[in-house]
Design a protein around this ligand. Structure first.
Ligand code: FE2
Length: 187
């Protein structure tokens, strides 16, 4: 796979570590969860970790264009010829479609595909149980944190409710799987 985890890590570090150190701390924590999970995930293990490294590159000031980070990240990754699944997973991570509707870029996001697999659920899980500075957070606490950080009128907050059922379902499926492989207490 041309985007194996070490290369994804380098690329994400280059785009985020200096420009956005707090975001980078979040990415480090998300990727470390993804690595632990990836070891039990079989053939998608490396894909999950590589995607975790790259999921927030769209925040980088070097490549932000629409200002909607899942879309900017996915378009950048498509341009640098990342594997299609990496690109699609980044585009739709953590119920991005709901935010895209609020942000007015749902049509653009439709350039990509939500694969709706366990790997996708687990990426969402790693992201949605990690705070903006890399702290471990329970899913419901993380949602409350987002609401508080953006304020009641921000599109992210409005989108939170629109995407909530799907987020909760992804977290529930992830937890069930994590329990089944004995990882529930580790990530
Ligand atoms: Fe994230």
């Amino acid at each position: 796979m041309p985007f194996e985890p070490p290369r994804a890590e380098d690329q994400a570090r280059r785009l985020l570590a200096v420009a956005l150190p707090r975001r980078w701390a979040h990415v480090l924590a998300v990727a470390s969860k993804a690595r632990v999970i990836g070891q039990e995930l079989g053939e998608d293990g490396e894909l999950l970790e590589a995607t975790a490294w790259l999921h927030d590159v769209g925040y980088s000031p070097d490549l932000a264009s629409t200002g909607f980070h899942p879309l900017d990240g996915a378009r950048y990754l498509r341009e640098v010829v990342a594997p299609k699944r990496v690109v699609d997973l980044v585009a739709f991570h953590s119920a991005a479609w709901a935010e895209a509707q609020e942000f007015g870029v749902a049509g653009e996001l439709a350039e990509f595909e939500d694969e709706r697999t366990l790997t996708r659920d687990l990426l969402w899980y790693c992201d949605m149980t990690t705070g903006p500075d890399g702290t471990d957070l329970d899913f419901e606490d993380r949602m409350a944190e987002v609401r508080e950080r953006y304020g009641p009128h921000h599109y992210v907050t409005r989108a939170l409710d629109a995407g909530m059922d799907e987020r909760r379902a992804a977290v529930r499926r992830s937890r069930e799987w994590l329990m089944s492989v004995g990882l529930a207490d580790q990530v």
